[in-house]
Design a protein around this ligand. Structure first.
Ligand code: CA
Ligand code: CA
Ligand code: CA
Ligand code: CA
Ligand code: ZN
Length: 478
């Protein structure tokens, strides 16, 4: 875990607007470049930077900013939290209750709010921080369970409370709300299947509401499903004003409704935008990008534009080859179907790419991401040895796949061979990364895994097979 003060501050300092970024990976101060920044002036710049400030503190260590993350979520939350803190500080200044020590939250037991027993195991009390020690949630006749608990710590010694919700079948709808209860806790919740694989998660309901909500129709059977309650990895601790959002009591309400339909997977088209120009993206803001030119990355790649575009596209296609995804570029006719756009161009201090959201189950089929291709200059020390144009194109393609992964609902994991990794050094990007089953980043949940392949299959469906009849017809026609 990394949500301690130090990491957060370093992350912020690295990206304060108007200051040069100091990135541990790059190992030096990176001055702003020529006017070809990926982000134009305006409100979007501030908001994006706010998002970066929060998102980067882990990625900078690793060298890979995959930015994004929670992008939109984090970004909005960051904003909301700052406002909240400002409000809290103002209250104190105005002579509110802030002069006294904060009232500590009552120490609630972890477990069901109503007493009860289960033949399947214990229903309250620590330890309950692992899947194996999960507390059994007791559901009433109406399919509702009322839970409570106390989170004692975030960060490297994170406390998590795990609840066993019993079996769920594909099509069952689960609604979960979690709220701080007489505490400052910034709660976060995540739903896992019986293989400890993330199914859904939510940190904050909105910019200004740090409680959590999940309303989700499960895609596959599991016995049991688990709920993990923890403090947000971004929970702020501000002792100056007596606010510690990393600990405290919470209440949870769960309701499960059986027997709905499983939402069908929907294919997705990804447009690789090498054309640049004036772009007004709802998610990224206003961009003004030059057409992709390998020489803008480094003079050493001059003349390699065509080959790099080809290998970027080939890498993205290979990474998505198991799924019902079409990958096209702006060198081809525009698709007729809704498409998600990955822009290539521009420079950003310390980050390689940025996507506008972690779009769980791909509700938005027209969202955007950008790969800051000029941030891949080997002269910035990103790689031990300057890669060839083809090798660098693979790295850019892997980052493009990573950002597209966010736009299709994937979160970060800790596994350098996995596309959604945030831990490894940039050199790992040069290898053949794949979507994989891997431990979740602690930014997402303190325990558990993400199976990117399963999630993408449930979201997009498998690659369209060529129908046998068509093959036969083609054979006959010859
Ligand atoms: Ca606890
Ligand atoms: Ca929260
Ligand atoms: Ca999407
Ligand atoms: Ca690959
Ligand atoms: Zn990322």
């Amino acid at each position: 875990m990394h949500a301690d003060d130090t990491d957060m501050k370093e992350g912020r300092a690295a990206l304060l607007p108007g200051t040069a970024g100091i990135d541990r990976t790059f190992g030096r101060t990176i001055p702003s470049r020529t006017g070809n920044s990926g982000l134009a002036e305006g409100a979007s710049l501030d908001v994006s930077n706010e998002g970066f400030k929060r998102a980067i503190h882990r990625d900078d260590r690793s060298a890979r900013e995959c930015a994004t993350m929670m992008k939109r979520i984090v970004m909005r939350v960051g904003f909301g939290r700052r406002l909240r803190q400002a409000c809290a500080a103002a209250l104190m200044t105005l002579g509110g209750c802030g002069l006294t020590a904060p009232v500590s939250a009552p120490d609630l037991l972890d477990g069901n709010r109503e007493d009860g027993t289960s033949p399947r195991g214990k229903t309250s009390g620590e330890p309950n921080g692992s899947f194996a020690s999960a507390l059994i949630a007791l559901f009433d006749g109406g399919g509702e369970a009322r839970l409570q608990g106390t989170i004692f710590a975030a960060g490297r010694t994170a406390d998590a409370d795990v609840f066993d919700l019993g079996p769920l079948k594909a099509g069952d709808r689960v609604r979960i709300t979690a709220a701080a209860e007489r505490s400052d806790l910034d709660v976060s919740i995540a739903l896992f299947d019986d293989q400890q694989r993330l199914v859904y998660m939510n940190d904050d309901i909105s910019d200004v509401n740090l409680d959590s909500v999940i309303d989700h129709v499960v895609r596959h059977d599991g016995d049991p499903y688990y709920l993990v309650v923890s403090a947000s990895a971004f929970a702020q601790v501000d002792r100056a004003i007596g606010v510690d959002r990393s600990r405290g009591a919470y209440l949870v309400d769960v309701s499960a409704t059986a027997g709905g339909d499983v939402p069908a997977p929907v294919p997705q088209t990804l447009l690789l935008d090498f054309a640049g120009g004036e772009i007004n993206s709802p998610g990224l803001g206003r961009l003004n990008l030059d057409p992709f030119d390998a020489a803008d990355i480094s003079a050493r790649y001059e003349g390699s534009t065509a080959v790099m575009k080809k290998w970027i596209q080939a890498t993205v296609e290979q990474n998505f080859e198991r799924f019902n995804v079409a990958v096209v570029s702006t060198d081809e006719p525009l698709p007729d179907s809704p498409f998600t756009t990955i822009f290539f161009g521009g420079f950003s201090d310390g980050v390689l790419g940025f996507s506008e959201a972690v779009d769980l189950y791909n509700l938005n089929r027209c969202d955007d991401a950008i790969i800051y291709t000029e941030s891949f200059d080997p002269a910035d020390g990103l790689f031990f040895v300057p890669p060839t144009a083809m090798e660098l194109a693979v790295a850019i393609g892997n980052v493009a796949t990573h950002e597209a992964g966010h736009l299709l609902g994937l979160n970060h994991v800790d596994d350098e061979a996995a596309i959604m990794d945030t831990q490894s050094v940039a050199t790992a990007l040069l290898a053949d990364q794949e979507f994989a089953l891997a431990p979740l980043s602690s930014q997402i949940a303190p325990i558990g895994f993400q199976d990117a392949v399963l999630l993408l299959l449930e979201t997009l469906g498998p690659a369209r097979e060529i129908e046998p009849n068509r093959l036969l017809a083609a054979g006959r026609g010859r």
